[in-house]
Every structure is written in structure tokens, then in C-alpha cells.
Design a protein around this ligand. Structure first.
Ligand code: NAD
Length: 322
């Protein structure tokens, strides 16, 4: 397994990270015993980075991950989140993120997490996140309950703006860098890199769009994007290519991302996704996929409060002149 340091932190993350949202039955109802075995297999095979949140399955994912990590906590880099608790339940106040962390620690069976991330910042008030939430996380860090501070979200401009202002060690975005989209590199990557902030890339399979099962009902992508995703799945089948391998390989090759998170809940997927580490990019195949995606390549859907969207954000807004 290859490991990369997360920005300026002392954390080194496995190139492939275990996205634990799946453990909360977010994609389909899983067999919890198999989910536990998948976690154990991942650890045995060298995956050390686990990402979860109280929101995933309304605490179910944290509960299941906590059980699976019993006796193994010190072998992993554990990240969870705060501020988002349900589809429309957001609270970024200092008291709630503190209480939320305490509840997460209990479920996860640990006294600290390596990374606490403000979850989906675009659903919050920018000023509150910068002046109330992040300072509270800084206090939790000083108290030793968390080792590092992160932010997560979808609109790249807001993430870039916050990481420049707050005490932020890492930033996680999702569905902004995979076979269907690469715009993370137009804005967030250079800003994170210039500021020495670690970068985590989530949803290599575009939250299920690039799988035979397809996207779940809750997926925010429009019908056309889902359809070209399924077209890609069929094309890969015809060519005898394992699409998940190509999707993961593409993400693993990113020069700055520390870890690519993939949602897993079965040993089969853990095994397959580890095999992707040894695969190589099929550039002809990827070129054909771009043709299939057509106008849906680099498609961005709305997320969060309108004032937090990316309108008029360019990379020049955020980069310091060298
Ligand atoms: P993903 O793109 O990783 O897709 C997950 C889906 O792909 C699941 O249905 C899973 O069963 C399936 N899958 C995994 N490996 C497969 C394989 N080899 N073959 C076929 N299907 C396979 O999406 P995700 O799970 O949403 O993202 C990964 C993780 O990133 C999450 O679990 C979470 O930890 C994190 N994340 C965070 C945020 C945020 O903070 N806002 C948002 C999205 C994701």
C-alpha cells in the first residue's frame, strides 16, 4: 500500500480510503456482519483511512464502524464530521458541534478522532462557520479530542474561501474529480496546495453513477447524467474492462490528493478496489468515455444555499501572487 501525507499534518493516509457511508445503508441495506468483515479485510490489506459521519444512516454508519474498529482503533486514521445530522438538519453552532463530537466518540468507541470535518459547509452560514464553528474545532483540538480540522462540501469556491481564512488542515470534496468531472483541479487543488492544506477526494464512482447498480433515488444528478453513466457501464462490459478499476486508477494518479475515498461494505468490493491499485490507466477507454459523457462531462448540480454557490469564482480570486 502506498501512503501520502495529508497536507502539513502528521497523518499519512493510504492511497485508497474506506468510505464508510455505505455502512449506514445509504446505498442499499447491507449485511452488517459482512460490513464488519469488509472493514477488517481493508485494515489487514493496508487501508488505514476511514471516513464516516453522524449523518450517514442517521448514526448507523458510525455505530457499525465503531464496532468493527474495536481493538483496532490505533491501526487507523479515523475521520468523522459535524454540523450535518440529516437531509435537512444542519447546525453549525459551537455547542452542537461539541455535543455532536462527544456522541460520535461514544459511537466510535474512541477518545479522539484524527480528523473532525465541518460537514457540507455550503448548507451553513459562511460567517458562522468561520467565526464560530472553526474556532470551536480549534478548542477541541487544543483539548486533544481531535487531532486535525477539516471541511467538506461540494461548491469549490466556498471551500477555497474558507480554507484561506480558517484554521483548516484538510479539505474534502466529492464528485468533483473522477472520470466524469475534473473541475476540482481548476479551483480547489491549486488553492489547497498553495496553502499547504491536505486534499481528500471522495466518490470515485460518482456516488454510484459509475456502477451497474446505478445511482440511488436521492442522488442529485439529473436524469441525463445518470443515463450516460449507465451507457459507460455497458460500454465497459462490452470491452471487458472493469469500470471501477479505471475510475479508481484515474483518481489514484492525482498528484496532490492524499487519499481517494470509495464507499465499501463488502469484501468483494474491498478486494476489487485494492486490485485497482495494481491496474494501469487505459487511455483509449477513457477517451471513449469522454465522448459518451458528452455535454455531461464536468456537469455541476446545485448544492446548498444560493449565496454559497460558485458564481463568479475563479482561481485567481484565491491564489496569492508568487
Ligand atoms: P462512491 O463513488 O464511492 O460510490 C459508492 C457506491 O459504489 C456504493 O454503492 C458501493 O457499493 C459501490 N461500489 C464500491 N466499490 C465498487 C466496485 N468495485 N464495484 C461496484 N460497485 C462498487 O460514493 P460514496 O460512498 O458516496 O463516496 C465515498 C465516501 O466519501 C463516502 O462513503 C464518504 O465517506 C465520503 N463522502 C463524503 C462526502 C461529504 O463529506 N460531503 C460526500 C460524498 C462522499
Amino acid at each position: 500500500m502506498e501512503f501520502r501525507r495529508l497536507g502539513k499534518t502528521e497523518l499519512t493516509l493510504s492511497r485508497i480510503g474506506f468510505g464508510a457511508a455505505s455502512l449506514g445503508d445509504v446505498y442499499f441495506v447491507i449485511d452488517p456482519a459482512e460490513g464488519l468483515r469488509a472493514v477488517h479485510m481493508a485494515i489487514d490489506e493496508g487501508i488505514n483511512f476511514f471516513d464516516v459521519a453522524p449523518y450517514y444512516g442517521k448514526t448507523l454508519a458510525e455505530e457499525r464502524l465503531g464496532k468493527a474498529l474495536a481493538g483496532k482503533r490505533e491501526n487507523v486514521v479515523l475521520a468523522t464530521k459535524c454540523g450535518r445530522y440529516d437531509v435537512t438538519d444542519f447546525d453549525f453552532s459551537a455547542s452542537t458541534v461539541r455535543a455532536g463530537l462527544e456522541a460520535s466518540l461514544t459511537r466510535l468507541g474512541t477518545e479522539y478522532v484524527d480528523l473532525l470535518q465541518v460537514h457540507d459547509v455550503e448548507f451553513g452560514d459562511y460567517a458562522q462557520i468561520v467565526h464560530e464553528t472553526l474556532p470551536e474545532l480549534a478548542r477541541l483540538k487544543a483539548e486533544g479530542k481531535i487531532r486535525y480540522i477539516g471541511i467538506t462540501g461540494y461548491p469549490l469556491g466556498m471551500l477555497a474561501r474558507i480554507l484561506k481564512e480558517g484554521p483548516v488542515d484538510s479539505v474534502l470534496t466529492y464528485c468533483r474529480y473522477n472520470l466524469m468531472i475534473t473541475d476540482m483541479d481548476d479551483l480547489l487543488t491549486p488553492v489547497a496546495q498553495q496553502n499547504g492544506v491536505g486534499l481528500i477526494n471522495a466518490s470515485a464512482l460518482n456516488m454510484g453513477i459509475l456502477t451497474a447498480r446505478g445511482a440511488s433515488d436521492w442522488h442529485p444528478a439529473p436524469e441525463g447524467l445518470r443515463a450516460v453513466g449507465q451507457h459507460a457501464v455497458k460500454y465497459a462490459e462490452q470491452r471487458g474492462v472493469r469500470l471501477s478499476n479505471q475510475a479508481l486508477r484515474f483518481c489514484f494518479d492525482h498528484p496532490y490528493v492524499s487519499s481517494t475515498l470509495v464507499g465499501m461494505s463488502t469484501r468483494k468490493h474491498v478486494r476489487e478496489n485494492l486490485e485497482a491499485l495494481a491496474d494501469t490507466s487505459d487511455l483509449e477507454f477513457q477517451k471513449e468515455l469522454r465522448r459518451i459523457f458528452g455535454e455531461y462531462f464536468n456537469y455541476v448540480w446545485p448544492s446548498g444555499r444560493p449565496e454559497n454557490c460558485d458564481a463568479q469564482c475563479t482561481v485567481e480570486t484565491f491564489l496569492e501572487k508568487q
